[in-house]
Design a binder for this molecule. Structure first.
Ligand code: NAP
Length: 213
């Protein structure tokens, strides 16, 4: 399996890279030039503009699948905190889809979030209120746009919707679920593990799903 990981410098992205390398997969870690990363031996690192179709097409050459952990960088969750690049997902996702088609890559699994799209009624009300009242609402608008572009792409897509992310250990207990209850948190390590497990199937079983432990 040759896997391209987008957003390899982020929390979920680095977990995807490390765990895919542990599985013996051929991993290409993609970041923007300013990202700070320390990668496992044997992982290929490419840096460039994640909205540039030519860069992305060359990064995807020979890949079996793309895993995206891209998101907005927020300076905090205060209601007035503005994302560093507020339209990044709306701009990068069409470029990613176009480049995948140009490179002949048919599968993409991407980190979205619990409460995005039709999952809103299936997350706790307190979770929805927290999003609506914090800067996370800006990220949710972009994740909605990201999902819509992937969904309309005709590619084999899986939008992964976790709850609150932690830096906890990998438990291997992550599972797809119809509704989130309780604290609705999950470690980045478990999110990555679940995503890599999904990639073992020849076709994704769900276009989008909540996941939790
Ligand atoms: N935090 C939560 O509790 C939570 C809950 C549910 C879902 N989510 C979603 O899960 C995603 C992944 O979580 P995470 O903690 O792994 O995120 P993260 O650590 O913030 O990683 C975000 C990644 O996106 C990249 N990125 C952001 N803006 C970019 C730009 N303009 N150009 C190129 N790359 C850019 C970052 O690169 P740099 O390192 O260069 O900035 C980084 O690699 C989040 O972004 C969010 O959408 C989060």
């Amino acid at each position: 399996m040759r896997l391209v990981v987008l957003g390899a410098s982020g929390g979920c992205g680095m977990e995807l890279v490390v765990q895919a390398a542990e599985r013996g997969w051929d991993v290409v870690a993609v970041t923007r030039p300013s990202s700070k990363v320390s990668l496992p031996a044997g992982v290929t690192h490419l840096s460039g503009d994640l909205c540039d179709p030519a860069f992305l097409t060359s990064a995807f050459a020979g890949a079996d699948a793309v895993a995206s952990a891209l998101g907005l960088r927020l300076p905090g969750i205060a209601p007035w905190a503005k994302a560093e690049d507020p339209t990044f997902l709306a701009r990068s996702t069409p470029a990613i889809v176009g480049a995948m088609k140009a490179a002949g890559v048919k599968r993409v699994i991407a980190v979205s979030a619990g409460g995005v799209g039709d999952s809103a009624p299936n997350v706790p009300a307190v979770f929805r209120a927290f999003i609506a009242l914090s800067a996370l609402r800006f990220a949710y608008v972009e994740l909605d746009k990201m999902e819509a572009v992937y969904r309309a792409s005709g590619l084999d897509v899986c939008m992964v919707r976790p709850g609150g992310l932690t830096h906890g250990p990998r438990t291997g207990r992550a599972a797809a679920m119809d509704a989130m209850r309780g604290p609705a948190s999950i470690s980045r390590a478990d999110v990555a593990c679940w995503m890599l497990d999904e990639l073992r199937a020849p076709v994704f079983s769900k276009v989008s799903t909540l996941i939790g432990v």
